[in-house]
Design a protein around this ligand. Structure first.
Ligand code: AMP
Length: 395
């Protein structure tokens, strides 16, 4: 696996695919700088070597070349974060860009305009990728958030750098950390899979059954399993057409000696609202008109005990409707248990969508080993897929 550490960038121009697809507020200021900060180590290493950086990214989903999707809006913030002036050119191909790139000196950074102003980007157009490839001597992919897309700048471009292509430090770090769960894990390994739907997590569960000792199933998706086992789930979330699949998973897990932990009790509510009337019941005996919105106290205790005895932990999906304070305790308890296990030497990875938001919201970000930056990309890695952006560098 080639990374930026395998290259000396002195007097070289690096074309770096970054993920600067950041949220902007109504005044077009960057509302969350996480992704820009995440690209900083790669950019600074190249500058410190004596190289220069041409940064390419997309922003949002422009249809035409709408001004609101211009990367010019992020130039000031990026300059502040990197501590180096960021130059900007209002296109990503063509003569203007050629001139700016030609005059770029070692130590300088040039940001090009939104790649998705050209539909060729998402189509993975080879001619467009070749045009982009002219802007650098070495291609660096540091955009984990789009590594699961075979777009021109994330995948196709790599073929024009047969020797001179590598992972940036963010992307390398994502690969190393997910491999710590999927390939080099220390036992016992526990996966906490929660969230709303079985259907969106099924491929992940199937992929990790060979790799885990404990599978904790929580959140809304647990009710499909409970109903399939004959439980009364009242008005809880359910995917009726996935009941057979749920039983199949339990059978497979059993055959592979994976211990499955389903909730024992639930905090139930009479409406889907933070102000609802609530009570705690056995998970198999939820009355009609009530719905389970969080793990009950017994479940929390059981989940926490399993987590604390683990050496490798994957957290993917909250175990309750954590966005509402009345139903957040289950997810907070899971976060606390992961933090304690991590403190005691376990490796913990938080990856994919809402578990990342939950960990951040409850301030556990620095108490776990690694929080992934890529939602869809991380999910696909956990599903066992080879991401095209990663494969293109390894080729
Ligand atoms: P996902 O994107 O599939 O990981 O689902 C995350 C969402 O699942 C969050 O927005 C949670 O509010 C929701 N969720 C978790 N537990 C439940 C539940 N018991 N009932 C309904 N939604 C839930």
């Amino acid at each position: 696996m080639k990374t930026i550490e395998d290259f000396n960038f002195k007097n070289k121009k690096a074309i770096i695919r970054v993920d600067f697809n950041v949220p902007l507020d109504s005044a077009f200021h960057v509302a969350d700088t996480t992704r820009i900060e995440a690209a900083k180590p790669t950019i600074l290493k190249i500058l410190e070597d004596g190289g220069s950086c041409v940064l390419i990214s997309h922003l949002g989903r422009p249809k035409n070349k709408e001004d609101e999707f211009s990367l010019k809006h992020i130039v000031e913030t990026t300059t502040e974060i990197l501590g180096v002036k960021v130059k900007f050119v209002a296109d990503c191909i063509g003569e203007k860009v050629a001139n700016e790139v030609a005059s770029l000196r070692p130590g300088e950074i040039l940001l090009l305009e939104n790649l998705r102003y050209y539909p060729e980007e998402e189509k993975g157009d080879v001619a467009f990728a070749e045009k982009l490839s002219q802007w650098g001597d070495i291609y660096v992919n540091d955009a984990f958030g789009t590594a699961h897309r075979a777009h021109a700048s994330t995948t196709i471009i790599a073929q024009f750098f047969p020797e001179n292509k590598c992972f940036g430090s963010l992307l390398a770090s994502e690969i190393i950390h997910v491999n710590k769960v999927l390939k080099e894990s220390q036992k016992p390994v526990t996966a906490i899979i929660g969230g709303a739907k079985v259907s969106s997590k099924i491929t992940i569960i199937e992929n990790i059954l060979d790799k885990v000792d404990h599978l904790i199933i929580g959140g809304g998706m647990a009710f499909t399993f409970i109903k399939a086992q004959g439980g009364n789930i009242g008005n809880s979330l359910v995917e009726d057409d996935k009941q057979a699949l749920a039983l199949e998973i339990l059978k497979k897990a059993n055959a592979k000696n994976v211990q499955v932990h389903l909730p024992a009790d639930a905090v139930i509510a009479d409406t889907f609202s933070n102000d609802a009337n609530t009570q705690v019941t056995n998970i198999y005996e939820i009355p009609e008109g009530w719905m389970g919105l969080d793990a009950g106290p017994k479940t929390q205790q059981q989940f926490a005990a399993v987590i604390k005895s683990s050496k490798t932990i994957l957290f993917n999906g909250p175990v309750g409707v954590f966005e509402m304070p009345a139903f957040a305790q289950g997810t907070i308890t899971v976060c606390e248990a992961i933090a304690e296990a991590t403190k005691n030497g376990a490796f913990s990875l938080v990856g994919g969508g809402d578990s990342v938001s939950a960990v951040k919201q409850f301030n556990f970000g620095d108490k776990v080993s690694y929080v992934s930056t890529g939602g869809g990309a991380m999910l696909e890695m956990l599903e066992g897929k080879t991401l095209p952006g990663i494969a293109a560098i390894l080729k």
